[in-house]
Write a protein that binds this ligand. Structure first.
Ligand code: NAD
Ligand code: UDX
Length: 461
């Protein structure tokens, strides 16, 4: 429905961690397309139109500034944007349902359904609707049913194009993707729609990196990719527990195991447990799907990945408690890092949330520091943070504390002057390196008692 000098009008509904960055990259790579991103949240759209973008992602701001107002627009006028669009990406949130049937596992599809109904109501020309959100298998069928109900003569072709970018490396992941997956129907209109989306990506993605499949394979592949990645983390975290009791070293084990080219080296870093808005949610989505189809053994297999992750976070807390003489009452602990991973301010499902809550239950006093996530940390601990201080400077955060819990491996934490930090800490001084991020021998030589994940402790006792 293009009425301007652009080849096509692309719309993205949902201006979040995925919608904003993906559309910014498309706008940068496709100057011949007009891209509009809309959201029900005026606050988010205002932020995208300001100098303070709503999310922190390395390299994103420069790219937004290059195209904003030229071929990239952020707006709250959802209805008009739908009417004008040729291709509509749906990138709204699909959280785990926290009520009713399937609570705690199934996906809450209310935002998807609201979006589908709004698209239907405001469309006067044929459109391609692209599932960018992560959805249960066969969600496209539901979308199609809603969109084609009522017969207003408009044809909607549904494609699945899941997003594989990881936060913190989102720009690079989208500019140089391992693969772009596009699922479509095998009908003439399905294949024509698929070609239109392929043409968008061919602006910068090599053809051999484009994978086309049927709709259901595409939807399922997204869940499976996240399940496999998370499963590797739970696997290595389980081995970390064995290392701690046998004096094997998890870093050495993961290096030795990962060197097998059939296994590969990535995603074998032991830690305090995986976090982020996707892994837990998407595995539970897979588990729910298995239960729905009465594949109960398969559901339990995948659920164990999440169970192990919960165990790992709790294990980290228990170790702190045991090592610090089985009481944290009134003790000060500096928490280094609150984001679920470095290079993002995102704290959704961050292990730090669980760990800090548990430490507070043990009546510790926390000094939380993080380069980009303190604003979110305040929200996450709202109402239970009377014994929490949020401090930007890690040196100040560590002043007078009994121990340091490193939960996020920000590069800056490996470059701190730990002698200076040690000098101002209570003694004995403890450090719990949840990410095996620091130089443990150097810390031990300074005088710290060092506890890391999957390694024998280095202590002065
Ligand atoms: P998000 O919460 O950051 O953004 C979603 C946005 O959609 C919000 O701004 C919300 O206001 C908006 N929205 C909700 N309902 C709407 C409606 N009816 N109309 C207009 N806007 C509406 O979520 P996100 O992290 O961007 O994730 C979006 C989807 O992408 C999810 O399905 C997620 O699983 C998937 N995904 C996320 C990532 C990631 O790294 N965050 C990676 C891959 C896939
Ligand atoms: C993930 C997927 O990687 C991405 O493809 C998908 O699109 C969205 O979900 P994201 O959650 O942004 O991306 O980050 P990721 O790098 O996968 O890290 C997730 C969590 O796993 C983090 O908490 C991270 O610290 C943890 N992790 C990762 C480990 O504990 N060990 C590892 O070896 C790797």
């Amino acid at each position: 429905m293009t009425t301007n000098n652009f080849k096509k009008n692309i719309l993205c509904i949902g201006a979040g961690y995925v919608g904003g960055p993906t559309m910014t990259i498309i706008a940068n790579k496709c100057p011949d397309y007009k891209i509009t991103v809309v959201d029900i949240s005026k606050e988010r759209i205002d932020a995208w139109n300001s100098d303070q973008l709503p999310i922190f992602e390395p390299g994103l701001k420069e790219r937004v500034l290059k195209v904003r107002g030229k071929n990239l627009f952020f707006s709250t006028d959802i209805d008009a944007a739908i009417d004008q669009a040729d291709i509509i990406f749906v990138s709204v949130n699909t959280p785990t349902k926290n009520f009713g049937e399937g609570a705690g596992k199934a996906v809450d599809l209310q935002y998807i359904e609201q979006t589908a109904r709004r698209i239907k109501e405001n469309s006067r020309s044929n459109k391609i609707v692209v599932e960018k959100s992560t959805l249960p298998v066969r969600a496209a069928e539901t979308l199609e049913t809603i969109l084609h109900s009522g017969k207003n003569g408009v044809h909607f072709e549904i494609l699945s194009n899941p997003e594989f970018m990881a936060e913190g490396s989102g720009v690079r992941d989208m500019e140089f993707p391992d693969r772009v997956l596009i699922g479509s129907k095998d009908t003439p209109s399905g294949l024509a729609a698929r070609k239109e989306l392929v043409d968008v990506y061919l602006h910068w993605v090599p053809e051999e990196n484009l994978i086309t499949t049927n709709l259901w394979s595409s939807e399922l592949s997204k869940l499976v990719s996240n399940a496999f990645l998370a499963q590797r983390i739970s696997s290595i975290n389980s081995i970390a527990a064995i290392c701690e009791v046998t004096e094997a070293d998890v870093t050495e084990v993961s290096k030795a195991v990962g060197r097998d080219s059939r296994i590969g080296a990535k995603f074998l870093n032991a830690g305090p447990g995986f976090g982020g808005s996707c892994f837990r949610k998407d595995i539970l989505n897979l588990v729910y799907l298995c239960e729905y189809y009465q594949l109960n053994e398969i559901a339990s297999f995948w659920e164990q990945v999440v169970t192990l992750n919960d165990y790992q976070m709790e294990r980290y807390v228990k170790r702190i408690l045991q090592v610090m003489f089985n009481t944290l009452v009134g003790k000060k602990l500096a928490v280094f890092g609150f984001a679920f991973k470095p290079d993002t301010g995102d704290t959704r499902d961050a292990p730090a949330i669980y760990i800090c809550k548990r430490l507070l239950e043990e009546k510790a006093c926390l000094r939380i520091t993080d380069p980009h996530a303190l604003k979110n940390a305040r929200k996450d601990l709202e109402g239970i943070d009377s014994e929490v201080e949020y401090i930007e400077d890690p040196y100040k955060a560590a002043e007078g504390v009994h121990g340091i819990a490193l939960i996020t491996e920000w590069t800056e934490y490996s470059k701190l002057d730990y002698q200076k930090i040690f000098d101002k800490m209570e003694k004995p001084a403890f450090i719990f390196d949840g990410r095996n991020h620091l130089d443990h021998k150097a810390l031990f030589d300074i005088g710290f008692n060092v506890y890391s994940v999957g390694k024998a402790p280095l202590t002065h006792f």
